[in-house]
Design a protein around this ligand. Structure first.
Ligand code: ATP
Ligand code: MG
Length: 588
């Protein structure tokens, strides 16, 4: 199937580059997370974009940990990020894999490049404190002032930089700065800091380094070293692009294509391209806010199925295909705009509708006794696994005299338009028989606890009965899902809903916690489900991530939770069949 969507601006840039042979026809992208938290859906869009472009153009895709800041980074995050990127299909070791890299592995090369810039008179060691540096930098309306250390000799800077590396100076006492332009209208070019002194242990390099590179200096070098062609980042880095280019140009000064220049061979100069962040309503996305939800116990962890972390989405039953489809659907733009949660939910519905087998599960059971069905008798029906896909086959579902249906599929005194059960009313049981409600039984509290019904043997398989003697045809409007009481097994079902009740959490009060949806996870423990759900059956699809997903008829899409065990089954609702939020909003 060809993609009919218009090509977005990054695809157009690459089309043009391929046409002109700019990179010798190469396309090499990367996803460069800082391992300081779990990835969220915004990162998912970046992974799908970068790995998708590599796949589309027959190029390569790298996963690179941008681990240049020792303080906030942890190995736990490295592992979770690897798992998430792989799950999304951003395989760095697959056919389009360029490899797995750590920016910290380049520390020595970055250091050598920095020494080179000092020797070229393009960088100097500065003794200003962080506060002083800020003050000297000036403002958007006022130029900065040169640091008193700006004209320090190359020899002195080389000596001090070496000693910074040896760990001779305390944290924050010295920096290495690029000598650019203290009057530049672009603040990023006012002698930016390249290195700071920091005596901190790094997850990869341990205590080897007492200086750490700043993002702008490090990032372009990482891209250059890996031979990245299109370095795709988010819009807030647009103002940093001149610096990205300046650093690589400064390294290439005195270098030539054949290596005959005084500094040797030119280094690769990638192209930075910025696009608008993926922003979604009804969620909070930034790491800072996600951490707060976890640390303060508003959710059960990073992979709580209500979280829009990739691990949360996975646990909720969202498929990688639906996230890739969503990414293709929203494309990329140069303008920040908030995307509607419905786009995500619809992408999930669309994919699961095609592939999820249908099953019957009763969440709030109400007992039904079929009085004219033989006591102790059972029979089995063959019910399609997926009406959308005949190849998905059928399954056997046992029927007997006592069944469960949903409590809210019965009303004692139903309005006319209620097409489910009520006294004297008739419905179809999916794939089984038509039944009529003759009576109902209440408990002492006045709750309906049992329906006494009769069935019509002529409706076997749910078929219409033949016309009666006068040629009248009986009709039913409602079809209910059901389970046989004797065969059904118990399960716990978590009804997952949006974590926030409003489009922009925190907008009204300044604190997003004020907009938490108190009913975002309703746990039902007395559910009765088809026995076929207990363990994987041969007719289920092979889910690459091992997460079994289903459509519970009439209820929504559900998956088996990571904590589910035989005898203690737990399901999560991935998404409802229809957009219930739009319906609710319409009612108001
Ligand atoms: P956050 O603070 O929201 O967790 P971040 O930008 O600090 O995100 P990084 O680890 O620095 O996270 O980002 C890794 C990559 O993911 C970067 O290339 C960044 O541009 C991209 N990215 C982060 N958030 C989004 C988003 N919402 N939409 C698209 N790409 C994103
Ligand atoms: Mg970041």
């Amino acid at each position: 199937m060809t993609d009919e969507r218009p090509r977005h601006f990054i695809q157009q840039i690459i089309d043009e580059d391929t046409r002109t042979g700019k990179w010798g026809g190469r396309v090499h992208t990367r996803f460069p997370p800082e391992p300081n938290g779990y990835l969220h859906i915004g990162h998912a869009m970046s992974i799908c974009l970068n790995s998708g472009l590599a796949r589309e153009f027959g190029g390569k895709f790298n996963l690179r940990f941008d681990d240049t800041n020792p303080v906030k980074e942890e190995s736990e995050y490295v592992e979770s990020i690897k798992r998430d990127v792989r799950w999304l299909g951003g395989a760095w070791d697959g056919p389009n894999g360029g490899g797995l890299f750590f920016a910290s592995d380049y520390f020595a090369r970055m250091y050598d490049f920095a020494v080179e810039l000092i020797k070229k008179g393009r960088a100097y060691v500065c003794d200003l404190t962080a506060d002083e540096t800020r003050e000297y930098r000036g403002t958007l309306t006022e130029p900065g002032r040169p640091s008193p250390y700006r004209e320090r000799s190359v020899e002195e800077s080389l000596d001090l930089f070496e000693r910074m590396k040896q760990g001779e100076f305390p944290d924050g006492s010295k920096t290495l700065r690029a000598k650019i332009d203290m009057a530049s209208p672009n603040m990023n070019l006012r002698d930016p800091v390249m290195y700071r002194v920091l005596h901190a242990s790094h997850h990869n390099t341990g205590d080897e380094w007492s200086i750490y590179p700043m993002y702008d200096w490090a990032h372009g070098l990482e891209d250059s070293i890996e031979g990245i062609t299109h370095s795709i980042c988010t819009l807030e880095f647009e103002d940093h692009r001149p610096l990205y280019d300046w650093y690589i140009d400064a390294i290439n000064e005195g270098r030539t294509g054949d290596g005959s220049g005084p500094w040797g061979k030119r280094v690769h100069h990638p192209q930075q391209i910025e696009f608008a962040k993926f922003i979604l309503n009804y969620v909070v996305l930034s790491k800072r806010n996600l951490i707060r939800l976890v640390k303060e116990g508003h959710v059960r962890g990073w992979d709580d199925p209500r979280m829009v972390t990739i691990s949360g989405l996975r646990r909720r039953g969202v498929t990688p295909e639906s996230l890739r489809n969503l990414c293709a659907e929203v494309g990329v733009t140069k303008f920040n705009s908030v995307r509607d949660m419905v786009l995500l939910e619809n992408a999930v519905r669309e994919h699961l509708n095609k592939v999820a087998p249908r099953r019957m599960a009763v969440l709030r059971p109400l007992r039904v006794v079929i009085e004219n069905y033989p006591e102790g008798g059972t029979e089995a029906f063959e019910i399609p696994n997926n009406p959308e896909d005949p190849a998905a086959g059928t399954r056997r579902v046992e029927f007997s005299r006592e069944l469960f249906i949903e409590q809210d599929d019965f009303m004692e005194d139903p309005p006319k338009k209620f097409f489910r059960l009520g006294p004297g009313r008739e419905v179809r049981l999916r794939g089984a028989y038509w039944i009529r409600c003759e009576r109902f039984v209440k408990n002492d509290a006045g709750e309906v606890v049992e329906l006494r019904c009769t069935y019509d043997p002529q409706t076997r398989g749910g078929e219409n009965p033949p016309p009666d003697a006068e040629g009248n045809v009986r009709k039913v409007k409602g079809t209910l899902h059901w389970v046989s009481a004797a065969h059904a097994i118990g399960a716990k079902v978590r009804l997952i809903d949006r974590l926030f009740t409003v489009e922009s959490p925190g907008k009204a009060t300044g604190d997003f916690l004020d907009d938490l949806n108190r009913e975002s996870m309703q746990v039902l423990s007395g559910c009765r489900i088809e026995p076929a759900l207990a363990e994987r059956t041969a007719d289920e699809p092979e889910w690459p991530d091992g997460i079994r997903r289903f459509q519970f008829e009439r209820l929504g899409y559900f998956c088996v939770d990571a904590e589910s065990k035989p005898g203690a089954l737990v399901f999560n609702r991935t998404v409802t069949l229809k957009d219930s939020w739009a319906r609710q909003a319409g009612k108001e």
